[in-house]
Design a protein around this ligand. Structure first.
Ligand SMILES: Cc1cc2nc3c(=O)[nH]c(=O)nc-3n(C[C@H](O)[C@H](O)[C@H](O)COP(=O)(O)OP(=O)(O)OC[C@H]3O[C@@H](n4cnc5c(N)ncnc54)[C@H](O)[C@@H]3O)c2cc1C
Length: 465
């Protein structure tokens, strides 16, 4: 790789070649997985390039194309699967400086890809009491472009479903990786070409997202004697048509008392909980519903007098639950599970009984294809890779599909099949295969058999040392 020639080509554009900083910007939250930690620890780029405008971005892509240098896009690097890690070195393309908020109008916002999600909400609230429909629990750090290219859903998904659902992204502007990069405006069906494609087939240079009404959301935590009580309550709450909630997250003991240190005084040891975030105008009705369940309110942000130092509920939810567990017990890892409607409750009960204390339950209720069901992000007391594989197999044999967070490829972390639309778009938009190499199996090894059960090993993965 002729990095010197690249630097000369990029005169005037911000680059960083200090090896310590380059290595830091070559990482994401891959270390949540002991498997990925071992595989990817050594991965680093040669250069970080940070365009400020779309025309600078085009110059970078053009130069890298000419010199055959791989380019791995990065928002703010909060992804979990080594998504933003440059497996074959080359350039990490930081989009963080393309963060302008350009248009806020009724029902929509237009921004650069690097805009931080909470900054978008801050601007939309100030402008017209609006906010994004869905955000990851990394609200305060993640970029909107990274969320679209690498995330799936999160806080708000109980009302709006996920990013894959029609209508949750309005438009994306995408730059291709060709001799003369093209700028494409994607809407409707075409959005699927690049959403959740890890930046393997185009660089998002502008996003247009739908907005909804913003409220002063209220955090409440409900306590239960057992995890299954919390799960049944969460399911019933999700089905309440008249209550507006933004988060419903049952979490099993011992996690709340042991891992949520700042909230510990609100919990009993051995208590399971359900985190709820509810609109202020729904609060009284929500409390009445909860009373009917005979459930105990252990925390209510409206009546609590001292909120100082307490994180919001969403920073206890989704993958923040795992983060807090990891801070206390570094041997914890996690899985991502779908409990398909309408059998979610019986499957949760069955799989947790089967695996026992080795797995600590954590659910996130969502709308999924129009029904209310839940994902699981259970915490696992990690022992060996073989046992982790066994736990995954037990889930799948019991009708609970796993989105494996211990793999760096799109397919192994997703539906274990080729996404023909994304593959076809890569052929068109990245003919030399320079964008985020190693992440799309269908491109690297079309003959790979997803049913083989074998780990995909990317031949271009940088050698350690
Ligand atoms: C504690 C914690 C909690 C989390 N909670 C959630 C959650 O609730 N929901 C959820 O969906 N995810 C969650 N995540 C994962 C991650 O934080 C989000 O998906 C986040 O939105 C990613 O944004 P980012 O800017 O950090 O992206 P990055 O990690 O920088 O990038 C993510 C992927 O997108 C690609 N990419 C980035 N920018 C572009 C671009 N402009 N064009 C093309 N490709 C691009 C990268 O190459 C990479 O493959 C969580 C992670 C952690 C560590």
């Amino acid at each position: 790789m002729d990095i010197a020639a690249l630097k000369a080509d990029l005169a005037g554009i911000k680059v960083e070649d200090n090896p310590a900083i380059v290595q830091q910007k070559s990482r994401d939250f891959y270390w949540y997985s002991p498997v990925l930690k071992a595989q990817l620890e050594h991965v680093t780029a040669d250069l970080v390039v940070s365009p400020k405008t779309e025309s600078e971005l085009i110059s970078v892509l053009k130069a890298c194309y000419r010199l055959g240098i791989p380019v791995t896009p990065r928002g703010t690097g909060t992804g979990n699967y080594g998504q933003a890690m440059p497996l074959s070195g080359g350039v990490v393309l930081s989009l963080a400086d393309m963060n302008e908020i350009r248009v806020i109008a009724p029902g929509r916002v237009v921004t650069g890809p690097g805009a931080v999600i909470s900054e978008i909400d801050k601007a939309a609230r100030a402008h017209s009491a609006q906010e994004l429909r869905i955000h990851p629990s990394t609200y305060h750090t993640a970029s909107i472009g990274g969320f679209i290219a690498g995330g799936s859903g999160g806080v708000g998904s109980i009302n709006w479903g996920g990013l894959r659902d029609f209508g949750n992204i309005i438009r994306l502007r995408v730059v291709t990786m060709e001799e003369e990069p093209r700028i494409l405006e994607l809407t409707g069906e075409d959005l699927h070409k690049v959403t959740h494609a890890y930046g393997t087939n185009g660089i998002i240079s502008e996003v247009e997202m739908p907005l909804t009404a913003a409220y002063d959301w209220v955090d409440v935590i409900v306590g239960f004697d057992t995890f299954m009580d919390a799960a049944r309550y969460g399911n019933a709450l999700g089905l309440q048509d008249g209550l507006l909630t933004k988060l419903i997250s049952p979490i099993a003991a011992p996690a709340p008392f042991t891992y949520f240190k700042r909230h510990q005084k609100f919990f009993r040891d051995g208590q399971s909980i359900c985190l709820v975030t509810v609109a202020p105008h729904s609060l009284d009705a929500f409390l009445a519903f909860t009373r009917r369940w005979g459930a105990e309110i252990v925390f209510n942000a409206v009546t609590e007098t001292d909120l100082k130092g307490l994180p919001p509920n969403f920073e206890l939810s989704w993958n923040h639950t795992t983060l807090r567990a990891l801070r206390v017990d570094p041997a914890i890892t996690y899985l991502q599970v779908l409990y398909p409607f309408p059998h979610q409750i019986e499957r949760i009960e069955k799989i947790h009984a089967l695996i026992g204390d080795e797995m600590i339950g954590h659910l996130e209720f969502v709308r999924f294809d129009g029904n209310v069901t839940c994902f699981g992000l259970p915490m696992i007391r990690y022992t060996t890779e073989e046992r982790l594989e066994e736990i995954i197999r037990l889930h799948e044999e019991n009708g609970c599909p796993i989105f494996n967070p211990h793999r760096y490829t799109l397919e192994e972390g997703g539906m274990k099949q080729t996404d023909e639309i994304q593959l076809a778009f890569k052929r068109e938009a990245d003919p030399k295969g320079l964008l985020n190499p190693g992440k799309m199996i269908a491109w690297e090894n079309p003959a790979y058999d997803y049913k083989s059960g074998k780990l995909f090993l990317f031949k271009g993965l940088q050698q350690a040392g």
